[in-house]
Design a protein around this ligand. Structure first.
Ligand code: NAP
Length: 286
């Protein structure tokens, strides 16, 4: 832990609740590693206090902040500028204080893709089934389509929500990938070849720990890559079934690690070591 003095800079997490967050471990580890005189704190902020909290970042000269549930979208109107990703996704998870100008970033989707690349997965020309069409799905779809020439099928109970994402993605002039089809779970054709499945629903955590999303509609084989965004438990039931079918799997913890690595880079221009953050979080989480 650094010696806090008159020059110590602050970065914080804004959310409600925040006590369960692992971000303080990641970023304070990073400040120690790089001998940066800064500290990362978690602030519990109520919705009605959000504007004042953002003003606080500015007037107190914070280096920046992370933003989590339930403020990721609501915070946008209090910021000065947004990156293209944050604008597209309609949500911010990282704020950069650039000499008093607050810039909203979203590192969730890019974190997911950085994690895939780190494990050597190339999704060019792949048929990808994304399960769920909420905020996390939106962020990873944008990053996947920026990076890979991929064909996405978006599966969600609420079809309209999926179709809205499809329209925004397919109208974007500079994306390599596209969303071919939107389906409800019972429209999934189990005979169709699927290269990659990505679970972006919360099914598989907490009280649904023994379930897999859209169970009757998905078949597995050893050529597939199956990804889960859930990191608690580490191996979800979906990933366990995929492993039982000798498929490759990609764990949700990698997205958590890489969204943090990318946020840290935005604030400090320094990088964090994947292996050490991975070991640190595994000690804390499992
Ligand atoms: P969200 O915005 O609330 O979206 C949830 C999506 O899941 C919606 O499309 C919803 O479908 C679908 N869904 C919810 N319950 C369902 C059910 N019982 N059956 C079928 N579909 C269901 O949530 P989010 O922010 O996108 O997060 C999704 C998951 O990703 C969460 O588990 C979260 O913990 C995880 N996540 C992980 C990371 C990481 O760093 N690893 C980062 C972000 C999120 P409808 O639209 O039909 O309601």
């Amino acid at each position: 832990m650094i010696n806090i003095d008159g020059k110590t800079k602050t970065v914080c997490l804004i959310g409600n609740p925040v006590a369960h967050s692992f971000s303080p471990f990641i970023h304070n580890f990073g400040f120690d590693l790089h001998k940066i005189n800064a500290v990362y704190l978690a602030h519990n902020v109520q919705g009605e206090d959000l504007k004042q909290a953002v003003e606080g970042i500015k007037v107190l000269g914070y280096l920046g902040a992370n933003v989590t549930y339930p403020h990721k979208t609501e915070i946008i109107k209090h910021l000065d500028e947004l990156t293209e990703s944050a604008k597209f996704i309609g949500a911010v998870n990282t704020i950069q204080n650039q000499n008093g100008k607050l810039i909203g970033h979203n590192t969730d989707g890019d974190g997911f893709v950085a994690g895939l690349k780190n494990k050597g997965h190339n999704l060019d020309k792949k048929t990808i089934y994304i399960l769920g069409a909420g905020g996390a799905a939106r962020s990873i779809i944008f990053s996947l389509c920026k990076t890979f020439q991929c064909n996405i099928t978006l599966c969600n109970r609420n079809l309209e929500k999926a179709q809205q994402i499809q329209q925004t993605v397919n109208e974007h002039p500079n994306l390599l990938g596209k969303i071919d089809t939107c389906l409800t779970p019972d429209q999934i054709d189990t005979n169709k070849t699927i290269d990659v499945i990505i679970n972006c629903t919360p099914i598989g955590m907490e009280e649904t720990m023994n379930q897999i999303p859209f169970e009757q509609h998905i078949t597995f084989n050893e050529r597939m890559l199956v990804c889960d965004l859930i990191y608690q438990p580490y191996t979800t039931k979906l990933l366990q079934i995929a492993l039982d079918h000798s498929a490759k799997v990609h764990y949700g913890l990698d997205m958590l690690i890489y969204q943090g690595i990318l946020s840290f880079e935005i604030w400090t221009n320094e990088t964090l070591p994947y292996n050490e953050i991975d070991a640190l979080l595994k000690r804390k989480l499992y």
